[in-house]
Structures are given as C-alpha cells and as structure tokens.
Design a protein around this ligand. Structure first.
Ligand code: NAG
Ligand code: NAG
Ligand code: NAG
Ligand code: NAG
Length: 448
C-alpha cells in the first residue's frame, strides 16, 4: 500500500472509491455478527421510560453531534474537491443565525453554541457539568486489532468513516486499551499524523497505522486506522476505547479506505452489506449480510442519494390523527451515532401540530424540542423514498417527563437547523436496518 500524502486528496479519493466497486466474492465466508451494547440513560429501553428526561445529556450529545457533521462535511470537500451539498445548506443557515461561519467551522459557531451556552448557564447554577462520554450515548461492540489480536471496544457509528483507537504512546487515554505497534507482527506506521477534533473543542493528534483489523473473526488486512496520541476528557472517561465509522470513504477525515470497504475489496465478506439490530436484548451488527431472524417481511430499500453519509430521502411523517402530517422530499442521514430523530423546524412544527396536547418546549426543554402528553404519546410513522411507513413505538419516542411528575413528556423528534434530517436511534430501534454498500441503498424492515 502506498504511503498516503494528505495533499493528494483527489488521488486518494479515487483509490478509495475504486475499492467500493469490487464485486462480492462468492467463496467468501458467511456473514458474522458482533453483539452490541448501549450506554446512557436517555436511551432508555422500550418498557422503561425514565422518571425524568435527561435533557442535559441529550443537549450535550447534540453539541458533540454538530461537530462531527462539520468535520465529516469538511472531509468530503477535501477528499472529493467539491463541497458536500448538505454543507451548503449549513452555510446558508449560519448567517441567518447572525453568525458568519465559514464552511466547516466548528459547531460552536452554528448549532452547539446556544446549546453549550445553555448548558454552561445551567452548570453555573448547579455546579460543574462535564460533557463526559457517559452522556454521549452510542452503541458499541468489539473489534480485534493486530497479530496477536488485541480486543478493543468501539462505538459503532454510521455517521462517520474513520476508525481510531488509543496509541500506546498516549498518556491521556486513561485506562483504555492501548495499541502498541511494536507488539503486533502485522502492524506498521504510515508515518503520518492528522488531527481529529472532538465535540468538546479539543483536538487530538492521531497517528496513521496499518494493521489487520477483524470483526468476529473476519479480517481486513492492512487496514488503515488512527492511533490516538491524546484523548480529550470526553474520550478518556468513555466506556469505549475508540470509534468505528461505517460511512462511505468520501467523508473519512483520514482520507483512507474505511474498514467496510477493505472487507469488501479483500473478499472477506460475501456481500457488501451490514445490518443493525438495536433492541433491549440481543442487539447486534452483522457484516456481510443481514440477520433474517431479526425481522419479518422483506427489507424495503431506499436509495442513497449522495454516498458519504448514509444519506436518503424521507418523504413524509404521520401521526395517529394525520397519516400525512408532513409530506415532501427531505434529505436525511441514517446515523447510528445519534440518539434522536432530527428534522427541520417547519416540518417538526407541523408534525406536533397534528398531535393532541403537544406543546412547543423550546424555552423549557431546549431549542427545537416539543412535549406530548405522557398518557397519550402518539405513534409517529416515517416514510422514505420508495418505502412504506415505519412506526416509532410511543415508548421509544417518549424521552420521559420534562420534570419529575410532569404530565408532559419530551418527544424524541426535534427540530434543529442542521440543513438536513437525522435518523437516529429513536427511529432505528423500531426497525432492522440494512446498509448496502454494493447497491448504495438503505433497507428497513419491521422487527419480529
Ligand atoms: C510496547 O511494547 C514494547 C514491546 O513489548 C514494550 O517494550 C513497550 O514498553 C510497550 N510500550 C508501551 C507504551 O506500553
Ligand atoms: C516510517 O519511518 C520509519 C523510521 O523512520 C521507517 O523505518 C519506515 O519505513 C517508515 N514507514 C513508511 C511506511 O514510510
Ligand atoms: C494533548 O492535549 C493537551 C491539551 O490540548 C496538550 O497540552 C498536549 O500538548 C497534547 N499532547 C499531545 C501529545 O498531543
Ligand atoms: C431528495 O430530497 C432533496 C431535498 O428536498 C431533493 O433536492 C432531491 O431531489 C430529492 N431526491 C430524490 C431522488 O427525490
């Protein structure tokens, strides 16, 4: 593998894209699955609505999220030489907020600032509030790196495309498992570093390494990943050692082929597909196929409109009283690293307007939030281009009472001026989701 030069973005982007075109190998092994776990209270289980909504945790998560999108959108522009269509919407929005944010400016300048300000205001009143990782709720699983293999826990994130774990040289990575190059027979350094910015505004140096990375026994050889030299407190305190991005190569900050692409190009998996099942028990990510035991009926496919994120179009939302409360064509990304379901202001307003007793909670819960009556949480349905409707279980939509004992519960569908919609955990927990790299499409199916 050639040594990458980060300035030759276009060349590397072409190399990365060519790996996507590889044909599935008929002799490749059967799909494999890794169990997934979830952390965080505001991702409560289906039959376990919390006593009170964890608003600070949710807002801290949203602040981190905006930064992730800014980084990945900027990576797309560097990697492909053109601005990501979604980033244009973000820059149009920024001046509307009275802020002059350049492309890929830190999220502090767009979405997170009001949120962080709100958090800090609250923290000043109630004592220190840390944006610790325990508040950044994600699904995680295990991968093995090196020879002999060392096991790392990683967040499973379909909204980014880089893999990183702590380096043995990291002195601020807490008790996390270190990757020690000199202990792996198959590892080598690419002698390059790049910077990864975290949502808490810290930046870490990441050293590019190449080694065997495997998931449940299937291996990608010479997989490029980042060995972090420095962790922010967010990552230091986190449950997981690192993060595995499962998006397309064009949004990889390191501008190298993501794990999924190498598994495909090396014929390690039969089909360029992975599936996610996010549930109370038995959650898993399957690679090389989908787990038909986890869903009923057929997967309904919607095309990826722009490879990068898992970007699709939503065509409508419905509630109990109005099957077509919102209709149109809305760019959305399917992101396992996001807890909520995020839409635009107008659409989300129209959705809640169709729900009896729903109230604008932007001054109580946070900008873009709404409440619904706790004793009458609606079933919201979502339609994508070419699919039927998929329902969100009221127990999943319900994030909990806005205050302890309140009759108003915070809804898991919120409005934020991201410029695109985000289909996160609040939706993904109701369906089986298939991410098909080979055919550039996302499939949803009803759960068994
Ligand atoms: C990495 O492994 C080498 C060889 O086993 C060892 O000498 C070194 O101390 C290790 N580095 C760290 C930071 O643990
Ligand atoms: C990285 O640097 C080391 C030491 O200078 C050298 O031995 C090695 O060949 C370099 N690796 C690559 C991939 O350039
Ligand atoms: C780690 O980050 C801290 C704070 O940003 C910085 O002072 C330090 O120099 C960094 N260390 C390394 C090894 O990058
Ligand atoms: C998807 O939605 C966007 C935003 O409304 C629209 O511009 C685009 O044409 C839609 N794509 C398809 C394939 O319908």
């Amino acid at each position: 593998m050639p040594s990458f030069n980060f300035n030759t973005f276009v060349l590397v982007a072409l190399l990365s894209l060519s790996s996507v075109l590889a044909l599935p190998s008929p002799g490749a092994p059967k799909p494999v699955a890794i169990p997934l776990s979830r952390r965080g209270q505001h991702l409560h289980t289906h039959d376990d609505v919390p006593e009170v909504a964890d608003l600070e945790g949710i807002q801290a998560h949203l602040a981190l999220l905006g930064d992730k999108y800014d980084q990945t959108l900027a990576a797309f522009q560097r990697n492909t030489g053109k601005a990501h269509p979604l980033s244009l919407l973000r820059t149009i929005l920024a001046p509307l907020n009275g802020i002059n944010a350049p492309l890929a400016a830190p999220i502090a300048q767009t979405i997170a600032k009001p949120l962080l300000t709100a958090l800090h205001t609250r923290a000043d009143k109630e004592g220190a509030l840390e944006l610790t990782d325990s508040r950044n709720k994600m699904w995680y699983g295990s991968i093995d790196v090196g020879t002999p293999p060392v096991r790392f826990t990683v967040d499973i994130d379909t909204g980014s495309s880089d893999l990183f774990i702590p380096s043995a040289e990291c002195e601020t990575c807490g008790g996390h498992k270190p990757y020690n190059l000199s202990e792996s027979e198959t590892g080598r350094s690419l002698n390059q570093t790049y910077n990864l910015r975290f949502g808490d505004m810290s930046t870490t140096g990441v050293q590019l390494m190449e080694d065997t990375v495997s998931i449940a026994g299937i291996a990608a050889k010479s997989q490029t990943f980042g060995a972090a030299l420095n962790y922010s407190s967010t990552f230091k305190k986190g449950v997981t050692d690192g993060l595995l991005g499962l998006g397309f190569p064009s949004i990889a900050v390191s501008n190298t082929a993501p794990l999924m692409d190498n598994l495909i190009s090396q014929g390690a998996i039969r089909e360029g597909v992975f599936g996610m099942y996010l549930a109370k028990e038995g959650s898993e990510a399957m690679f090389g196929g989908v787990n038909k035991d986890k869903f009923v009926g057929d997967l309904q496919w919607t095309p990826v409109t722009q490879p990068g994120f898992w970007q699709v179009n939503i065509t409508g939302l419905g509630s109990d009283s109005s099957a077509s409360a919102v209709t149109g064509q809305f760019s959305a990304i399917v992101d396992s690293g996001t807890t909520l379901f995020i839409g635009d202001k107008e659409s989300v307003k129209n959705l809640y307007a169709s729900i009896d007793g729903a109230q604008d909670a932007s001054h109580t819960a946070g900008p873009g939030f709404y409440t619904v009556p706790c004793d009458n949480v609606p079933t919201v349905s979502v339609k994508f281009e070419n699919t039927g409707s998929f329902e969100i279980n009221p127990k999943v939509l319900n994030l909990g009472p806005i205050k302890k004992g309140s009759k108003d519960c915070v809804g898991g569908i919120i409005a934020l001026p991201f410029g695109f919609w985000v289909v996160g955990d609040v939706f993904m927990r109701n369906v089986y989701t298939a991410f098909d790299v080979d055919h550039s499409r996302v499939g949803f199916a009803k759960l068994t």
